[in-house]
Every structure is written in structure tokens, then in C-alpha cells.
Design a protein around this ligand. Structure first.
Ligand code: SF4
Length: 363
């Protein structure tokens, strides 16, 4: 048996996207190739979206043949797309290698196209306003499964609609899967990768205090969003019990005050308004006190009900009154329209709707 066939027998093909940059360098070094070759391959995969070694024209022929022997480039599989005709929001359902599914949402807005990314199949937490929270955690996504959502959405949107912003606000608590999120951000920001500025990337958390400090120390200064949703521990225990019992409001806001914000940046506070629960004027006034001294923007999001949800959407007048109190106190406060209401576009809603039979697959 020749050496090459023997090696093929003992060495299964490696999926290149699953390797870290260091592992890829090691693989190339083991083949006797210079380090810059691995950067060239990464550039083809991520920046140019090429999936066939044959198309990597700056590699030698023998290198392309050898790579095809030992490696594969897996492609993201979009198994379902839903489109909201009202506001242009699109929801993509990705099928993963083990058959699990996660979703990403493309949100057009004036001159921006934002992609909302998932980081876990399900979620460790149990926020009662969130359909993903009802699923429990199946597993964490790997870095390449996070980046594949961007590659799949980019291919779907096409060159005329470049994705301008990335938000880690889909299924899952990003900071509960911080290592994979940081590895994904490396690929999303690298010059050989997708080349995004960290300013265009926002990572959201429900309040994992120790990991907030770790994200703050990460070498790419991405934006931080905090899902707050209450102004007292009693109400936060009710809507985000697991996380708030571990890191109550005082600890969370201390972590926000300590967060190393780059100049001219702010923390985004997300506040889902739930009728009769956290939307009275007294809550708005408490919010003013809680956030005093924190450089921030506040996004008010009227609840987007899903089938069987335990909360209702507040009246527009209630939302306006809440916002007015924040504006009077000189906060930047915006009411975010729930995008994609026709397609259940809040996090986890498409996947859950499929699972629970509200939307038959293939509809
Ligand atoms: S809101 Fe986010 S953190 Fe809370 S259960 Fe849903 S996905 Fe998890």
C-alpha cells in the first residue's frame, strides 16, 4: 500500500471550519506548507465564500488535490425561510449537522441590514416572555455554527444587500457560550474573515455578571446590550427568575458601571414592555434612578405575543408615557417596533412554532 493511501485510511477528512486558526496552521505545517497558505484558505472560505478547493486559484494544483483528500468545507444548510411582507424581516432556519435547528433573523432598517444570530440550541435560562426559554438548553453552538449563520444569510441576501450589523440576540444566552462567541467574533472581524468592525457587532446578555467582565476584557471591543426588563428584583424574579436570583439588579448594574466602554460608546439596555407587569410610570421613574450615571441607550420593546404567551402587549399610549418619562430625564430612549410580527420573529419563535406544531414544516 502506498504511503498516501495508507494515510487516507487512517486520517478522516477534517472539516476545516471546525478548526481554530492555530489548529489550521498546525494542519498546514504538517503538510510542509508555509503559514500564509492557511490565511489564503481562510480568506477563500470566509471573505469570498468559496467552498471548493479547486476554486482557490492562488494555491498550487498539488496543494488543492491534497486538501481535497484530507479536508472538506461544510456549507450552512438553510432549511426554511419566512418573509414578513409588512416590514421585510426574514427569518432563516438553519439545520445543523446533528439535525438540531437554530434561527437567524435578517432585519432591514433604512440604510442598515442587521442579522440577529443564535448562540445556543434552546437556552439555559427561562425568561418567561421568551419562547426559547420554554425549550431548555439542548446544546451550545460551536464557533463555526455561529459564523455559518452569517455566511448562509449573506448568500441568501446577495451582494446587493450586504449585512451591515450583527447582533447576538437570537436563541440562547451568548455569554453562557462565551468561548465560542469570542472565537466566532475573531472570524467575523479578521481581515481574512468577514472584516466587520467591532462597532458593528453587539453582544446581548440577560446579566451573567462574571462573563460581562470577561467580554469587557476581550480584545475586540464589541457593543454590549443588557436585557433588563424590570426595575425591581420582585418583578425581575418573575420575568427572568434564574438569572436574577443569581445576579440581582444591584450586582448587574454594578457590572454595567464597571464595564470598560470605549469613548463615545454606550451600553444598550433592552426593556421588553409587558402590559401591567413592568410598564407603569412608577417603573419608568425607577429606571431613571437605576441607570443614573451609566452611559446608555434604552430600547423599549412592546412585547410581541406568541401562542400561549403569559403576557400581553401594552397599549401604545402606555408605551409613549413610559418613553416620555425617560426622555424628560434626558435618556436616549427609543421604542423599537417588533419586527417580523407576521413570522413570529422574536428569538426562538420560528423553531418553537415548528416544534409545537403551530407552523407545519414546509409551509
Ligand atoms: S430571552 Fe434570551 S436569555 Fe432569556 S430565555 Fe430567551 S434566549 Fe434565553
Amino acid at each position: 500500500m502506498c504511503y498516501k493511501s495508507k494515510q487516507l485510511l487512517i486520517m478522516p477528512q477534517v472539516a476545516l471550519k471546525t478548526l481554530s486558526v492555530t489548529q489550521l496552521d498546525d494542519l498546514f505545517t504538517a503538510q510542509g506548507w508555509p503559514r500564509y497558505r492557511s490565511r489564503q484558505v481562510l480568506d477563500w472560505i470566509y471573505r469570498r465564500g468559496v467552498t471548493r478547493f479547486d476554486d482557490m486559484t492562488n494555491l498550487g494544483r498539488s496543494e488543492r488535490i491534497r486538501l481535497a483528500d484530507i479536508a472538506v468545507i461544510t456549507e450552512p444548510v438553510v432549511s426554511e425561510i419566512q418573509h414578513d411582507a409588512e416590514d421585510g424581516t426574514e427569518k432563516l432556519l438553519f439545520r445543523l449537522e446533528d439535525g438540531e435547528t437554530v434561527e437567524s433573523v435578517l432585519i432591514p432598517d433604512e440604510d442598515r441590514l442587521t442579522l440577529c444570530l443564535s448562540t445556543q440550541v434552546g437556552c439555559t435560562l427561562d425568561c418567561t416572555f421568551c419562547l426559547t426559554g420554554t425549550m431548555g438548553l439542548k446544546r451550545n453552538l460551536k464557533a463555526h455554527e455561529i459564523v455559518d449563520q452569517v455566511l448562509g444569510a449573506r448568500a441568501h441576501a446577495g451582494p446587493e444587500r450586504p449585512i451591515t450589523n450583527l447582533v447576538f440576540m437570537g436563541m440562547g444566552e451568548p455569554l453562557a457560550n462565551l468561548a465560542a462567541v469570542c472565537e466566532a467574533i475573531e472570524r467575523l472581524t479578521a481581515p481574512w474573515g468577514l472584516g466587520y468592525s467591532p462597532r458593528r457587532i453587539t453582544v446581548s446578555t440577560s446579566g451573567l455578571v462574571p462573563q460581562m467582565a470577561q467580554l469587557g476584557a476581550f480584545r475586540h471591543p464589541v457593543n454590549l446590550a443588557v436585557s433588563l426588563n424590570a426595575t425591581t428584583d420582585d418583578v425581575r424574579d418573575r420575568v427572568m427568575g434564574t438569572i436574577n436570583r443569581k445576579y440581582p439588579l444591584t450586582a448587574l448594574l454594578e457590572a454595567c458601571r464597571a464595564y470598560p466602554l470605549p469613548p463615545r460608546r454606550r451600553i444598550f439596555f433592552e426593556y421588553v414592555l409587558l402590559a401591567g407587569v413592568n410598564d407603569p410610570p412608577a417603573d419608568a421613574r425607577r429606571l431613571v434612578k437605576l441607570l443614573h450615571g451609566i452611559r446608555c441607550k434604552i430600547n423599549l420593546i412592546p412585547f410581541n405575543p406568541w401562542p400561549g404567551a403569559p403576557f400581553e402587549r401594552p397599549a401604545d399610549a402606555t408605551v409613549a408615557a413610559f418613553q416620555a418619562i425617560l426622555l424628560d430625564a434626558h435618556f436616549s430612549a427609543f421604542v423599537r417596533k417588533s419586527k417580523g410580527r407576521q413570522i413570529l420573529a422574536a428569538c426562538g419563535q420560528l423553531r418553537s412554532a415548528y416544534q409545537q406544531g403551530f407552523i407545519p414544516l414546509g409551509s
